[in-house]
Design a protein around this ligand. Structure first.
Ligand SMILES: C[S@@+](CC[C@H](N)C(=O)[O-])C[C@H]1O[C@@H](n2cnc3c(N)ncnc32)[C@H](O)[C@@H]1O
Length: 357
């Protein structure tokens, strides 16, 4: 057994403190900042028109500096602080990985020890996760624990966002062959294999630790219709027209624009005629203040492609590629939540869907 520097209780208490502080940031600091901004904007002859105008107006205020500092450093404490997710799980490596050994040679998992990661993926510790979601053997567990508080206002009171998204997809029909791109540890895949029990589902991600955990979780749930594979969304080995549904949740904003382009091309290639592509990501930003806040979030969370993705005219891009019925619309994080004018901080959840003619 590895020597431990952190007991379970101290870890749980520290993580709970971080989460409660994040809720304070979400429900108190964000509304105060917004109110302050609106007041300052109302005194301007011309209200801010661009993100740079918002920066000039409030970027140096104490409200914004404290807000931004807390966003950056709460995330840092969550992952790599004294009681962070990375040290906690890495100390417990052996016991965490032991159950996953049964996945070797399982039909539900396909990984490659010599897999070459794209440069953009290696270059940044996404989410401030030390080594990203892929390089440590325990990264899947770290990401799973971290993802429990990605949407701090949900608190288990609402139906899970991923299930609600799957329900929305189900309103368009029941698919028989599904590809979940950028599946992570399978949080987005799970409602698909539970909802579409008759479908054959493939879930792909670049991260070996994540797909391994996803496959193990699916095996525990007896989801024999599902397979997890280590593979890039913009370069798969599937044959043309293999799927009638290609989906992703929170993948697109992690891709550089040229790779987004390739991922859309790949989706078109993989879909049968009449097949659907439905993605959930962050895109619809109703005003310059939301845009300023979201771009800052991308920088503070080490997500460098958040901004170019939000700037992309995705409707035009998809139409030019030959997709039809292209739709882009906001998606509420939970029932009863105003996705566009939320009084508290929320992600700008957006559904991007299109059909192959
Ligand atoms: C924010 S996570 C979302 C995971 C999961 N879909 C969910 O909703 O919980 C984004 C995932 O995209 C993966 N990813 C990034 N680039 C990718 C690519 N080119 N191909 C496949 N997966 C990729 C990352 O490894 C990460 O697991």
């Amino acid at each position: 057994m590895t020597d431990r520097t952190m007991d379970d209780r101290s870890f749980a208490v520290a993580q709970a403190l971080i989460l409660e502080t994040k809720k304070y940031w979400t429900t108190r600091l964000y509304p105060a900042l917004k109110e302050n901004y609106q007041h300052k904007a109302s005194l301007q002859e011309t209200p801010p028109q661009t993100v740079a105008d918002v920066q000039a107006l409030i970027g140096e205020t104490t409200d914004y500096q404290v807000y931004a500092w807390l966003e950056r450093h709460l995330q840092r404490f969550k992952y790599s602080g004294r009681y962070g997710l990375a040290p906690y799980h890495r100390e417990r490596r052996d016991e965490l990985l032991a159950p996953l050994a049964e996945m070797a040679n399982s039909a539900g998992l396909d990984t490659d020890d010599n897999f070459e990661q794209p440069k953009y993926y290696r270059a940044v510790d996404i989410h401030q996760h030390p080594g990203g979601v892929w390089s440590a053997e325990t990264a899947g567990f770290e990401y799973e624990r971290g993802a429990r508080s990605t949407t701090p206002m949900m608190g288990g009171k609402h139906r899970d966002l991923h299930q609600r998204f799957t329900d929305l997809v189900a309103t368009g029909g029941t698919p028989s062959r599904v590809l979940d791109m950028g599946c992570g540890f399978g949080k987005s895949t799970q409602p698909f294999y539970e909802t579409f029990g008759e479908a054959r589902i493939d879930a792909i991600d670049l991260s070996q630790p994540c797909v391994t955990l996803g496959a193990w979780t699916a095996a525990q749930a007896q989801a024999q219709n599902t397979r997890f594979r280590q593979m890039s969304a913009f370069e798969t080995d599937y044959k043309d027209e293999e799927f009638d549904l290609v989906t992703s949740t929170m993948l697109i904003h992690e891709l550089p624009p040229p790779q987004i382009d390739r991922m859309f091309d790949e989706s078109l290639r993989l879909l049968q005629s009449g097949g659907r592509m439905v993605h959930l990501d962050f895109h619809e930003l109703p005003d310059v203040f939301s845009r300023f806040i979201h771009y800052g979030h991308g920088r503070r969370n080490n997500e460098p492609f958040m901004e170019p993705w939000a700037e992309m005219d995705v409707v035009t891009v998809l139409k030019e590629k030959g997709f039809k019925d292209v739709k882009v619309h906001s998606f509420s994080e939970a029932e009863g939540v105003d996705a566009i004018n939320s009084p508290v901080w929320r992600f700008p959840w957006t559904v991007i869907s299109a059909v192959k003619p």
